[in-house]
Design a protein around this ligand. Structure first.
Ligand code: SAM
Length: 338
């Protein structure tokens, strides 16, 4: 079968080029000799700077992904096992674990088991702190596999390249991005506040007939990847701005058909900015973290702010799109400005 031949020191570069193009056939195991590594390809391909050869590969018999607890049965003591969190995120080829302080002595065992379990996982990292910076990023500790923070993630038919340590991205929001995209009508002008590495703008562009989408992101690293992602997905109707929503929106002096506010902890402080870019008929997607007894808070805040700008509020929907902590959810309130 066809293989890409790379010198061992160029393995990472070759791999990321192939991941970007979706060329690697993960059902076979890559091969190495003393100087080279050979990656199995799905088809004959041209990858600039690398030789394509024909060799035989062995089938990859690693089991497919399972939850951590099933993977670690028998490898940790009963006490450790009970305390282990069983979920983890996979962004592209990077798995990200959360491990409590008292389990950290076993974190390498946990990471190696995860790496072994899934052919698409090449790197295992652990979150080092909660989302603390103004950019919502967090330090990561390298645990196993290839020591990198950059990867290409695929969702809703778009490729998203990012550095998982320096840019916020949650793969758990892909269904939510699809939900919003399904509401978009042809010809809409859309504003995505807090656009990160541009998952909302790219997905909206790919699966809707929106006229134009503007994304605003304050983190220079997020903005840089956003620009790269727009280019990589051959998108033409997205404009990205690196700056503070509070300053950039008034400068545009423009009204939008739809405004998306994916900053659940603070979106309420930007409702005034959203109303400056709204007109009658604008639909707003307002994210919040709320306890299930207080979901009504979101509507209260949006209604109050609408009144200040001389608008009426029309409720459309309220959906749960993630869980933050026990009984506290990430919710999205969809409403129309009237
Ligand atoms: C929760 S993340 C969401 C990112 C992206 N929309 C996504 O879904 O992956 C919020 C983003 O808002 C950005 N941000 C925070 N305050 C901002 C502001 N005042 N203006 C523009 N961006 C801001 C952060 O840097 C971060 O990337």
């Amino acid at each position: 079968m066809f293989a890409l031949k790379a010198r061992l020191r160029d393995a990472e570069k070759a791999k990321s080029l192939m991941v970007e193009k979706g060329l690697i056939d993960n059902s076979f195991r890559s091969k190495k000799d003393s100087k080279h590594i050979y990656f199995p390809l799905k088809e004959k391909a041209f990858v600039k700077g690398f030789e394509i050869v024909e060799i035989d590969f062995e089938k990859n018999n690693k089991p497919v992904a399972m939850d951590l607890k099933s993977l670690l049965k028998g490898k940790l003591s009963e006490e450790y096992f009970e305390r282990l969190k069983s979920s983890y995120d996979v962004i592209g080829s990077i798995a990200i674990l959360e491990i409590d302080e008292e389990l950290r002595g076993k974190e390498k065992v946990i990471a190696e088991a995860l790496l072994e379990s899934n052919t698409t996982i090449k790197t295992v990292l652990r979150k080092d702190a909660a989302h603390r910076t103004e950019f919502r990023t967090q330090k990561m500790k390298f645990l196993a596999g290839i020591d990198t923070r950059e990867t290409v993630h695929k969702e809703n038919n778009v490729l998203l390249k990012l550095d998982v340590e320096n840019v916020y991205f949650s793969p758990r929001l892909s269904t939510e991005r699809k939900r919003i995209s399904e509401q978009v009508k042809p010809g809409e002008d859309i504003l995505v506040m807090f656009s990160g590495c541009s998952p909302y703008p790219c997905v909206l562009s790919k699966i809707t007939e929106a006229k134009g989408i503007v994304g605003i992101e304050i983190n220079p690293a997020g903005h840089k990847y956003g620009l790269e992602n727009v280019k990589m997905n051959k998108i033409k109707n997205v404009e990205l701005i690196n700056g503070d929503v509070r300053l950039e929106v008034p400068k545009m002096n423009k009204k939008f058909d739809r405004i998306i506010m994916p900053l659940p902890k603070e979106a309420q402080d930007f409702l005034d900015v959203a109303f400056q870019a709204a007109m009658k008929g604008t639909r707003i997607h307002f994210y919040q973290f709320l306890h299930e007894d207080n979901f009504g808070e979101a509507e209260k805040k949006a209604k109050e702010e609408a009144l200040k700008y001389g608008f009426k509020f029309k409720y459309l929907d309220l959906v749960k799109c993630g869980q933050h902590s026990p009984r506290v959810y990430r919710i999205c309130l969809d409403f129309e400005v009237q």
